[in-house]
Design a protein around this ligand. Sequence first.
Ligand code: ADP
Ligand code: MG
Length: 389
Amino acid sequence: MVNRTVYDALVKNYRAHFGREPEVVAYAPGRIEVLGNHTDYNEGFVFSAAINFGTFFAASKSASASCRLVAGDLMKEVAFDVAGIGASKTDTWQNYVKGTFAGLTAVKAVPCGFDGMFLGNIPLGSGLSSSAALEMCAGLALGKLYGIGVDTVTLAKIGQKAEHVYAGCKCGLLDQISSLAGQAGKLVKTDFRSLVYETVEMGGDACFLMCNTHAKHALVDGAYNSRREACEQAAAHFASVLRHPVHALRDVSMAEWVLYKRGLPETVANRAAHPIGEDERVLKGAELLAAGDLAGFGALMFDSHESSRVLFENSCEELDAVVDAAKKIPGVMGARISGGGFGGSAVVLVHPRDAETAAAALANAYAARFGVPCDVSVITPAAGAHVVK
Ligand code: ADP
Ligand code: MG
C-alpha cells in the first residue's frame, strides 16, 4: 500500500478519538502537471500524474444527523448537521470535505451523519493539489459509506464544485481527474473537450522533482483572467477567419496560427500560440513515450517552459532560475512550470538514479541565487484514488 504509515497513524488516531474502528477508509493522491499548460480551459490536452503522496479519509455512520469531522494533522474537530452543509469562514479545511459531501447528498439523500477523520502527507498549498486529494478521498469514503455510486468524471466535478462554491477557487478539473485516474508508473493524458482520459506508460526509467519556489507574484488573479480573455479573443478571431468551426483554441493548429494571426494584436497572438503549441507538444509527447523516447519527451518540457516564458509570460525569475539550473544538471531530461505559473512550482524530469543528487544541486543553485533554497520533493507517478477498507 502507498503511504502505509499514514494509514496506520490515521486508523490509530481514529480509534483513540471516536472509540471505534472506521467502517470505511479511502485514499487519494496529489498530482503534478507534466505537459500541457493553460490548455484545460482552451479545451485541449494535458499530461499529468498522480503522485506518491496522498491523503486518507476514515469514516463511520453516526447515530444522529450530525457530523463530526477531524483534521488529523491538526487534531482539530468541527461539527455540522446533514441538513445544513454550508461553507465556513473558520477552519477552512472543512470546506473541501463539506463541499464534496454536499455534492454527494445532491445525488442521493443520506439517512444520518458521519464521524470522519483525514490525514495526509502532501505539502499543503505547494502546487501538488492537496485540496483535490482531500475532496477525492472524502468523496470515495463517504460515497462508499452511504452507497452513493458516482463515476470518475462525476466525482471529479463534485470536487471542482466544492472548490468553486465552498473554497472560492475557480479551478479546472485537472487536479481531481489526475488524483482519481493515476496509476503507478503512468501519466494521465486528458482531453479537456470530451473529458476522456487515458493512462500512458512512462516507457522508461524516470521520476520527477517538484521544486516549490514559494514565489507568489502580485496580481496573479488579474494576470490569470487576462490570459483567459486573450485566449477567448484569439479563438473568436480564428473562428471568423478559418473555414472550419472554431469553438476554442483547441481547434486551431500552429500552421493556421502562422497563416491567420494577422489582425490580432501581437500580445494576443502570442498568448494564443502557447496553448496551441502545448496541445501539439502533448500529442507529440504521447508518440515519444510510446517509442520509449524519454529524452525527447523531456525536450518538449523545456520547449513548454520557453513558450510560457516568452509567449504566455506566466513564468517569473524564480521559475526561470529553476529551469536554467536544471538544464545544467547531469541526468535531467526536462523542466518546466507546473500549474498556473506567476510563481509556484516547476517540475523536472530525471532518471531515478540521479534524483537525489539533482534535487540537492537544484536547491543549492537556487539558494546561491536567492539566498533561500526552493523545496524539492522527489515524485514518482503512483496509484490513483481508491477505497482501502
Ligand atoms: P494545494 O491544493 O495546491 O495544496 P490549496 O490552497 O488549493 O493548495 O489547498 C490547500 C488547503 O487544503 C489547505 O490550506 C487546507 O485548508 C486544505 N487541506 C488539504 N489537505 C489537508 C490536510 N491533510 N489537513 C488539513 N487541511 C488540508
Ligand atoms: Mg488546490
